[in-house]
Design a protein around this ligand. Structure first.
Ligand code: MLT
Length: 392
């Protein structure tokens, strides 16, 4: 007879990862023989650009790359990230102390609370928000306090509404613009306010920026590091996943305040052994090779965004075309909950979307649709959605 496997208290209340749960629904439909169109997870269907793959193939044979990498990342990689930030944000970073390689931004986000959060410490998390912010806080024993992102505030948190009493107990804040799931954007002025808020309450700011380069119509998304004093209060997570279609490679970076970087590095070096060097070298190629691939990919997303938004408008649904990200955030029809409408879509027409409620309480009443499927499949999803009858 097998042993009784009892899970630790810290994971007893941890929900399954949102996109694993969405995947499960997709697998169930596939097993029924449904022709599923997946607008769930944001996972680019186009391949990683050829020049990046070529670099990986070339350096993968070098035996020097087969050994343990440096814990913080190769100096060449960190220097390339610093050069990228100087170009993008006009900020000078010391690659030695202010840049850290990550096995994907999610890894860095997930480990950050373990460096700074003691049991009961408060972490402000955007709601709706990427579920990892809340769940890694819980894993580290912290208390996530939601910052509502409301449509009437253009999905920005109302910093003035954060109770001063709560504010003083907050240790860390997660932010994310361009925003997942709402597609909202923030200005440098807003980031300046965040820095002021963080200074007055002594809060570490962790800005997650995987969609910095997924922008449309000439819009440029600012980095948090462009805010005055950003380096004094926080860090930003950079990701290769969406900019270069590298979700499967797991490569990212944390940049910014050196004490925060050092704390995160202490946790990481005790838990992982760094990023495969060949992937770091391919990452340098991504950052310093031709950037035409980004413009090409953004043009594809923009076309898909327009197809989807027009289709949703046509159905009478309330939606605003996003200026950035690969997501469309849409109100569900009257009479449906988020989960109910998402279930209706998969069950009746085989279209997978993410229920807004999976991103937090304030995501209720919305669904998120991802633009990361082939354009023809997206058109087919819109055609199928138009066959559903509901009141608006
Ligand atoms: C998303 O769809 O929100 C992300 O791609 C999922 C993830 O990063 O795990």
């Amino acid at each position: 007879m097998g042993i009784k496997v009892e899970r630790a208290d810290r994971i007893k209340n941890l929900p399954p990862y949102l996109f694993a749960a969405v995947d499960q629904k997709k697998l169930e439909a596939l097993s029924r023989g449904v022709d599923v169109i997946d607008l769930g997870v944001g996972d680019p269907v186009e391949p990683t650009p050829r020049h990046i793959i070529d670099k990986l193939c070339e350096v993968a044979y070098d035996r020097a790359n087969h050994r343990y990498p440096s814990y913080a990342g190769m100096m060449d990689f960190r220097a390339a990230i610093a050069r990228w930030y100087e170009k993008k944000a006009g900020v000078k970073l010391d690659p030695e102390t202010q840049v850290l390689a990550l096995i994907g931004a999610k890894e860095g986000i997930g480990h950050t609370p373990f460096a700074f959060i003691d049991p009961g410490d408060i972490v402000l998390v955007p709601d709706p928000g990427y579920p990892v912010y809340r769940n890694c806080t819980l894993l580290a024993g912290g208390k996530p306090v939601p910052m509502p992102l409301l449509e009437e505030n253009r999905f920005l948190p109302d910093l003035a509404a954060i109770d001063a009493h709560v504010g003083d107990k907050v240790k860390l804040m997660f932010l994310n613009y361009p925003n997942n799931p709402t597609g909202a954007t923030a200005t440098v002025e807003f980031f300046n306010e965040v820095v002021e808020f963080a200074r007055s309450h002594n809060i570490i700011v962790c800005h997650d920026a995987p969609y910095l380069e997924l922008v449309f119509g000439g819009y440029q998304a600012p980095s948090f590091l462009q805010a005055e004093g950003a380096l004094e209060v926080g860090i930003e997570f950079y990701s290769f996943s969406k900019a270069y279609n590298m979700t499967g490679w797991r490569l990212g970076s944390a940049v910014g305040n050196e004490d925060v970087i050092a704390g995160l590095q202490r946790v990481k070096s005790n838990l992982d052994s760094g990023v495969f060097q060949a992937i770091q070298l391919a990452g340098i190629q991504a950052l310093e090779g031709s950037q035409d691939c980004i413009a090409r990919q953004n043009a594809i997303y923009q076309e898909r965004r327009d197809i989807l938004v027009e289709g949703l408008y046509g159905m009478g649904l309330q939606v605003e075309p996003p200026k950035a990200t690969c997501y469309v955030w849409c109100r569900v029809p009257a009479g449906f909950s988020s989960a109910g409408f998402a279930a209706e879509l998969i069950e009746t027409i085989g279209v997978v979307v993410t229920p807004g409620s999976g991103f937090g309480e304030n995501g209720e009443g919305y669904i998120r649709l991802s633009l990361t499927v082939e354009t023809d499949r997206l058109k087919e999803a819109v055609r199928r959605m138009k066959t559903i009858k509901f009141d608006v």
